[in-house]
Design a protein around this ligand. Structure first.
Ligand code: PGA
Length: 267
């Protein structure tokens, strides 16, 4: 499987991920993907991922066919490869459906489904073990931000989510900084706020692992990204893409966000 982010070539190709959450049936998903494929350029520079619900993965994969424009992602996985875990989905199942990416530790999983850093670390290990590329989500609550704890909360989540992994094991990992107060609220972080936290995460990657990890790891911003704010956020130094919720359900909005991302000349 080709992977461009080698240590020799640490250009961070923008990564735009649509997190559909619990929205759209399989047949609705097919219409959205058909529409999206019409709107995207034949060969967009950013890497584009759609993460529909589990129930739509198969039909979305069929519409994508052998297209290399859009990759498939899942929104969650169980840490075990199989077993008596009613209602859960494993890494090998996702790989078999053609998933390349998996979102891990989204704040909705943390707050609504009780996932803690230790669970998230296990899921991340399972993703890597089964050849899935994890997108580790981190972010502070409004209370934590107001208490001046943003950098420490976020870097603790990064260190816990990636604990004890060797630098070379981090090659396929992306991190999504998603302030909890910005998710689904229409109140995105300002570009300055996002850049500041991205810098803190990159410094943490440098100090915990090394410079090559800090230079090569893609750090995305998520939380109320829209076609209106995407240009400023995605142009900023150190913001390597976006994790998009609400706006990704509208093909024209998602296509505009993808179009707003950095182009090769910007590197
Ligand atoms: P939002 O969601 O874009 O609707 O704020 C982002 C996310 O939860 O990943």
């Amino acid at each position: 499987m080709p992977f461009s982010l080698t240590r020799e070539n640490p250009v961070r190709r923008p990564l735009l991920v649509g997190n559909w959450k619990m929205n759209k049936t399989a047949s609705e998903a097919v219409s959205i993907i058909r529409e999206l494929l019409k709107l995207f350029p034949a060969n967009p520079y950013p890497e584009v991922v759609v993460a529909p619900p589990f129930t739509a993965l198969e039909s979305v994969r069929t519409v994508l066919g052998s297209s290399s424009i859009v990759s498939l992602g899942a929104q969650n996985l169980h840490a075990e490869p199989q077993g008596a875990f009613t209602g859960e989905i494993s890494g090998p199942m996702l790989r078999d459906l053609g998933c390349r990416y998996v979102i891990i530790g989204h704040s909705e999983r943390r707050t609504l489904f009780g996932e803690h850093d230790a669970d998230i670390r296990k899921k991340l290990g399972a993703a890597l073990a089964h050849g899935l590329w994890p997108i580790l989500c981190v972010g502070e609550s409004l209370k934590e931000r107001e208490a001046g704890k943003t950098a420490s909360i976020v870097t603790t989540q990064v260190q816990a989510g990636l604990a004890e992994l060797a630098a070379e094991e981090l090659a396929t990992i992306a991190i999504a900084y998603e302030p909890v107060w910005a998710i689904g609220t229409g109140r995105a972080a300002t570009t300055e706020q996002a850049v500041e936290v991205h810098q803190a995460i990159r410094r943490c990657l440098h100090s915990t692992w090394d410079k090559s990890v800090a230079d090569a790891t893609r750090i995305l911003y998520g939380g109320s990204v829209t076609p209106q704010n995407a240009g400023s956020l995605l142009a900023a130094e150190g913001i390597d893409g976006a994790l998009v919720g609400g706006a990704c359900l509208k093909p024209d909005s998602f296509a505009m966000i993808v179009a707003a991302s950095k182009q090769p000349s910007a590197h």
